[in-house]
Write a protein that binds this ligand. Structure first.
Ligand code: NAG
Ligand code: NAG
Length: 321
């Protein structure tokens, strides 16, 4: 009797924390990672109906990454709307609205998936954020809004998305989302001959901190940084994280990049495995986490750990009864 009451309480408690949290943090929504951000898994360019269905049905994936721009819907009219596509594509069979509705439905059915939307143009930002804002009260899963908002290494001349406009729209329409804001890059085989050295400078870190401060950003922030360039940027990266409360790092990078693994591992150790997402090739990830413990846990990780403990207790009790 007593056990049953306790069980019910635990179920209600867990249900409440899952439902009432609008766009929860990743470690909160996926307590099974035990606060180890490096173990979060990602889909990439989930930009078509088929790719989205496959990703939703893949139990190994936690976060669905997809690109957003203004374009036309396959078989639809000539008008441009927010669609899921990566430049230079300007047509897709998947609109942003459809993407969001399908992910909302999946999560409502207990298929836990978070999203990372990568904004590829400034023109799509206001209309896409309007859609996100309208649906945000149904988005009880992690939602990241990503854009390159600063020019970065090595001497990148690619135009970033205007930082003030992007941050303003995100803050206004979807303050519960996580901002994933980074730099344009030019490295590796992006150019010929390939570039094999470069770094994020202190000036770049200061530029990013200024953009966040100017826009009085208080929502969670993650900094997507190209793994190879991060290896040589320890002080800039630490300054960036120290200057931004509750911020994390997200390592990314193509298989083809030359990476100084030993140097990058030093950065990972300094920052802490519980503060670094790793959206990088599996082999590199294995090398970076080998022998590195998940260290001092943040308040958020502790909460998710409590969630894990509660889940374990519930299943043990269920088994006993
Ligand atoms: C970047 O610019 C600096 C200063 O102009 C120059 O010395 C350096 O060679 C450039 N690096 C690359 C890879 O273009
Ligand atoms: C950091 O996150 C914790 C837990 O979510 C929260 O209580 C705290 O206010 C946050 N700190 C800042 C400075 O935003």
């Amino acid at each position: 009797m007593c056990l049953k009451l306790l069980l019910n309480f635990l179920h209600i408690y867990l249900g409440m924390t899952a439902k009432l949290t609008k766009a929860p943090d990743v470690p909160e929504y996926f307590p099974e990672i035990g606060g180890d951000l490096s173990s979060v898994t990602w889909s990439h360019a989930t930009n078509s109906l088929v790719k989205l269905q496959d990703a939703i049905n893949d139990p190994g994936l936690m976060m669905l990454e997809a690109d957003v721009l203004l374009g036309v819907l396959t078989g639809g009219g000539p008008e441009t709307i927010p669609i899921m596509a990566h430049p230079p594509n300007t047509e897709s069979d998947l609109s942003l609205q459809n993407f969001l509705e399908q992910v909302i439905l999946a999560n409502a059915n207990g298929i836990r998936k978070g999203i990372k939307l990568d904004f590829k143009s400034l023109e799509v930002v206001p209309i896409a954020l309007g859609m996100l804002g309208a649906l945000s009260n149904q988005m009880g899963f992690p939602a990241w809004l990503n854009a390159d908002i600063q020019q970065g290494p090595v001497n990148s001349t690619k135009n970033p998305i205007d930082s003030n406009q992007f941050l303003t729209e995100c803050k206004l329409n979807f303050p519960e989302s996580t901002l994933s804001v980074g730099w344009t890059t030019r490295y590796g085989i992006d150019v010929f001959p390939p570039i094999v050295s470069g770094e994020y400078t202190m000036e770049m870190a200061e530029g990013m901190l200024k953009a966040l401060a100017d826009n009085q950003i208080t929502q969670p922030v993650t900094f997507p940084v190209r793994a190879a360039l991060t290896a040589n940027s320890e002080s800039a990266i630490l300054a960036l994280l120290e200057g931004t409360p509750n911020s994390t790092l997200t390592l990314w990078g193509p298989e083809t990049d030359y990476v100084n693994v030993a140097a990058l591992k030093e950065v990972v150790i300094k920052v802490g495995r519980e503060r670094v997402y790793m959206d990088i090739p599996e082999k590199l990830k294995d090398q970076l986490v080998d022998g590195v413990k998940v260290g001092e846990q943040s308040g958020q990780s502790k909460r998710s750990l409590l969630g894990t403990v509660a889940t374990v207790i519930t299943s043990v009790l269920t088994a006993v009864i």
